[in-house]
Design a protein around this ligand. Structure first.
Ligand code: FEO
Length: 395
């Protein structure tokens, strides 16, 4: 159990979950995660900002004991997903006079998901404040990072903004602040790709809102606290921009080597043109790494064999996921091989409804690759090269 001081009378009291390996039964967590809860002790009132996953309530409870606070007046809920809210149920029992402070949507979610009674809430709107005596909390709505109710809380006098999921990292480390910039950057990019990327256009507005606020520290509810907010804000500005890089991502699966041969051929053809290529064999791929590479890539090529006339289920899964994550890729296509009949082109292309890339001519061959197939892949490589040159990301 660890508590850590951020500023006078403001403490990290959350929990580290070093050995958690999966989030939402979907997202790999190679470095574990943390559920950051922050205690803000004012001269008159005390607030706890966010709580922890129910499985780690015992850590939060112990940390609050260690912090020697007698009572909590306000339980601020920036985001109602259970990794930050589940412990509210126990906290309300522990501190029966405490009120849950959130926005109207947050109240609705907490009543539905955790059955917290209506009389426990104080609802705060955009820009409203809550006095703790010598400290003031101010609330700002930042919807869709990561659910529709999400908000951030500013500790005005101390200039700390508590952003919950936004600017988080699934990175469990013993230190409260960023210590390894490269590791934090990589972990934050993975987190952005897996969780925030579908909302990148909204994040632009949230960053604009942040630019109108006076703060010098960002305390998210996953991973380390940022004492240098520019570091993470600038990273986000890069990721959420419409700019793509001279990169092609190829998620693929191959049953009898034909697709693998096609992927290897295309990879070489593109690399010879000065294009960075990231092939991902889906049978051994960490989907978080694939998601990370989708953040910047200009082009996505899905490689699949036919299974019962459709695409391989692993390729369908990867395409579904890529489409849901809404990367900014400008171009996409399909390459693959079939035995006797297939509709996998139509199936894969039909799934890209949210990315809406410009579709390049697919290359689908029957059986093992032929010279004709190689020529078609050369043509596809030429076409990708031309498109990247049009965007001026390749000279
Ligand atoms: Fe960390 Fe959307 O919960």
């Amino acid at each position: 159990m660890t508590i850590a001081k951020l500023k006078p009378n403001i403490y990290f009291v959350g929990a580290k979950h070093y050995d958690r390996r999966l989030f939402d039964e979907l997202i790999p967590l190679p470095e574990g995660t943390t559920y950051n809860a922050y205690l803000v002790i004012g001269s008159e009132k005390t607030a706890l900002i966010d709580s922890v996953d129910g499985a780690k309530f015992y850590v939060l409870k112990e940390n609050l004991k260690k912090a020697k606070i007698k009572t909590i007046d306000y339980l601020v809920s920036n985001h109602t997903e259970q990794d930050h809210s589940e412990s509210l149920v126990e906290l309300i029992k522990l501190y029966p006079k405490a009120k849950v402070v959130t926005n109207a949507k947050g109240k609705d979610h907490l009543m539905v998901h955790l059955h917290i009674p209506e009389e426990k809430f104080i609802v705060k709107g955009e820009g409203e404040t809550l006095s703790l005596g010598d400290k003031t909390l101010q609330f700002f709505n930042i919807p869709w990072v990561h659910w529709p109710e999400t908000m951030m809380t500013l500790a005005q006098e101390d200039k700390i903004v508590f952003t919950c999921d936004l600017f988080g990292t699934h990175l469990a480390q013993s230190e409260p602040f960023v210590v390894d910039k490269a590791k934090t950057y990589s972990s934050a990019k993975r987190y952005y790709a897996e969780i925030m990327m579908p909302f990148r256009k909204l994040i632009r507005k949230h960053i604009e809102k942040l630019e109108g606020i006076d703060f010098d520290m960002i305390a998210p509810s996953h991973g380390p606290v940022h004492q240098n907010p520019e570091f993470i804000i600038n990273a986000y500005k890069d990721w959420i921009s419409d700019d793509v890089k001279n990169e092609v991502v190829i998620p693929y699966v191959s049953m009898h080597h034909s697709v693998k041969e096609m992927v290897e051929y295309l990879t070489c053809a593109l690399a010879e043109k000065g294009i960075t290529v990231k092939p991902f064999n889906l049978t051994v791929t960490d989907i978080g790494e694939l998601a990370m590479e989708l953040v910047d890539a200009a082009t996505i090529v899905i490689g699949t064999p036919a299974v019962l006339t459709g695409a391989h289920p692993a390729a369908v899964y990867a395409t579904y996921l890529a489409n849901a994550l809404r990367p900014k890729a400008k171009f996409a296509t399909v390459i693959g091989s079939f035995g006797w009949k297939c509709q996998m082109k139509e199936q894969i292309v039909g799934m890209l409804t949210r990315i809406r890339p410009e579709l390049l001519e697919p290359v689908v061959v029957r059986g093992k690759m032929t010279d004709e197939g190689r020529k078609a892949l050369d043509k596809l490589a030429d076409s990708i090269e031309a498109k990247h040159k049009e965007l001026k990301i390749l000279k």
